[in-house]
Design a protein around this ligand. Structure first.
Ligand code: FES
Ligand code: FES
Length: 188
């Protein structure tokens, strides 16, 4: 489950009434260094989701509930899943952020989600709105637990909501992703 962060953020991501601009923020996004100064218009309560989507154009992450309840905005910070709608932009300073755009097309988790279509389980992708969040949550989860049980997968994904109800297929995709990672590890 993604790390739960502070709850006192502005609902829309950007607190227009907050008069204090931030100082300088430097961090890496998908391997590239980025920097924002006081002129960038960020405030201390600007969320990481706002910064990534509106300032950097990384719209793969979705802001759905904007209150920490759905997992659609999940990204990785130093390899750990975080809810970017509940994380401050300034908390990214000095860290490595990875979004769905940073994953290779042949990433095993990406492949497993795209390929999932077994009879009896169905597709992991219906509208796809939840998918980036599930994929990033899965990346962090399989990094910590490369050989999970189905029950562990369900527990790990319990903070992510799929409004299309593809949970069974998504869980299968995670198990297949774990198999892919293991196959690649043993064949390399
Ligand atoms: S948009 Fe961040 S948890 Fe729902
Ligand atoms: S596939 Fe539509 S919300 Fe999950």
């Amino acid at each position: 489950m993604a790390e739960q962060a502070r709850k006192d953020l502005a609902p829309a991501g950007q607190a227009a009434a907050d008069p204090a601009p931030v100082g300088r923020i430097r961090f890496r996004v998908n391997g590239a260094e980025v920097e924002f100064g006081p002129e960038s218009g960020l405030s201390p309560s600007t969320t990481l989701s706002y910064l990534l989507r509106e300032k950097l154009g990384l719209t793969g992450l979705k802001v759905s509930c904007d209150e920490g309840a759905c997992g659609a905005c999940t990204v990785l910070r130093d390899g750990k899943a975080v809810l970017s709608c509940m994380s401050l932009a300034i908390e990214a300073d000095g860290h490595d952020i990875q979004t769905i755009e940073g994953l290779a097309p042949d990433d095993p988790v990406v492949e497993a989600f795209a390929e999932q279509s077994e009879p009896g389980h169905g597709t992991a992708l219906q509208c796809g709105f939840c998918t980036p969040g599930f994929v990033m949550t899965t990346k962090a989860f399989l990094d910590e637990n490369p050989h999970p049980t189905l029950a562990e997968v369900k527990e790990a994904l319990s903070g992510n909501i799929c409004r299309c109800g593809s949970y069974q297929a998504i869980a299968q995709a995670v198990l297949h992703a774990a198999e892919k990672i293991e196959r690649r590890r043993t064949s390399s």
